[in-house]
Design a protein around this ligand. Structure first.
Ligand code: FPP
Length: 223
């Protein structure tokens, strides 16, 4: 049986869900947050140790200011209200991405990482202002001229240093692309494209994917 240590998710479809159901993209993001909580719960239930969520890409800065502001305030309110609970549930928060938000949000994100750093049940990596290409370039720059550029040294300088590559990548929203997400780490990941929009994605859908994954024979280039 294939063990599952790390699940990564491209949470796509909030905007469309909001437009369809509430006539507002932002309300789709708010609803999407419920699915975030559900995904964390399912990871804990299934003893999955790492969950990486694509919450805001380097390309998402192109979105209108009103949507960006809403997303950041959603994140801020969520962390303010729920950090204590997340901590009690032994969830560790890590940010994948450069913190260049407001001073207040940067401080809160740093605080969330610091407060939860010793938690052991589930590590939730929030990919925020994240782009895989710049992550790789910055890893190579960090290696510098004195050390060899090789796979080991690059991996040691990615946000995902010290954690296993995801066995599973899920993208909801019926779109079949990777959108600059974890391009290095998903070299041998099993990818599941889901028709459902992120707010409609439920525990049963998550568990169906785990079940399908467990049946896959993973060769890693072997036969
Ligand atoms: C993609 O859907 C979704 C995002 C860019 C944001 C995802 C954010 C959340 C689920 C809330 C995050 C909060 C926390 C605390 C992690 P889209 O807007 O591109 O959807 P569309 O394809 O229908 O337009």
């Amino acid at each position: 049986m294939n063990p599952i240590k790390h699940v990564a998710i491209i949470m796509d479809g909030n905007g469309r869900w909001g437009e369809k159901n509430k006539k507002s993209r932002n309300l789709g993001h708010k609803e999407g947050l419920k699915t975030v909580e559900l995904a964390m719960k399912e990871c804990i239930k299934n003893k999955i140790k790492f969950l990486t969520l694509y919450a805001f890409s380097t390309e998402n800065w192109k979105r209108p200011l009103s949507e960006r502001k809403y997303l950041f305030s959603l994140l801020e309110t969520y962390l303010r209200d729920k950090l204590e609970t997340l901590n009690k549930e032994q969830i560790k928060i890590k940010i994948f991405g450069k913190l260049n938000f407001s001073k207040k949000l940067n401080k809160l994100l740093n605080y969330a990482e610091k407060k939860t750093k010793n938690n052991k049940k589930l590590q939730v990596n929030l990919a925020l202002n994240y782009g895989s290409k710049s992550e790789i370039v910055s890893a190579i720059k960090k290696i510098g001229k004195k050390k060899t550029i090789n796979i080991y040294n690059i991996e040691k300088n990615l946000y995902s240093r010290n954690i296993p590559d995801p066995e599973i990548l899920i993208r909801t929203g019926n779109t079949h692309r990777l959108s600059n997400f974890m391009l290095w780490q998903i070299a041998y990941t099993e990818i599941f494209f889901e028709k459902k929009l992120w707010p409609d994605f439920k525990s049963v859908d998550f568990n169906k994917i785990l079940k399908k994954f467990k049946k896959i024979k993973r060769n890693f280039g072997d036969i």
